[in-house]
Ligand binder design. Sequence first.
Ligand code: ADP
Length: 216
Amino acid sequence: MSGFDFNGLTASFDGERVIGPLSFRINEGEHVGLVGKSGAGKSTLIRLLYDRLDSQASLVPQGLGLVNALPVFHNVFMGQLDQHGTWYNTVTLIRPFRRDKDAIRALLTELGIPEKLWIPAAALSGGQRQRVAIARALYRQAPTLLADEPISALDGPMAQQVMTMLTNQFTTSIVALHDVEMALAHCTRIIGIQDGQIALDQPASELTAADISVLY
Ligand code: ADP
């Protein structure tokens, strides 16, 4: 079975080691919840993994990475920017093609914000911005997702729905989550990070929230 072998992952800031060295394998088909208290190293690890995957995954970064001046449509379309030629992307900037409009409108409808299609990202609320970054990741249609707290600004039912969409669409996912119950409900494997090291690594089905609370 294919998957990813990550070896010798390390990160330091100002000479201080904040991650690793870490080595672990992610099997194809796994949905991994990265948990651990603030400052444990989850965001840094997500960035390291994205680098190791040569940017070939769909990414929802913590800062979301939206272009404020551009409409939601174009922010979502950016998920496929490197899958088209310059001509197609330039035309899209001025006069988007119907198939892209239809596909992005459908995604936004699922995410509850179809009316925002032509609104600049700057005019959106935090939760709406998060949904645009999620739509961009879904639109990219990569088999693997890396996401850093992708549902932190969403209310309960929408958060549940987004986690279901992400685990349904992506074959393999690694998602940093502060909501332990959400990680247990939607992920197949839980990796707990503590001081830049793996302190827990088990199938979600074998864990309870109490087992994970020792990390906090
Ligand atoms: P988490 O995502 O689990 O909250 P982070 O990966 O953001 O953790 O941070 C891990 C450690 O690295 C923390 O001690 C944090 O202060 C430090 N760190 C993260 N980013 C930077 C940065 N740009 N400069 C200096 N230290 C950083």
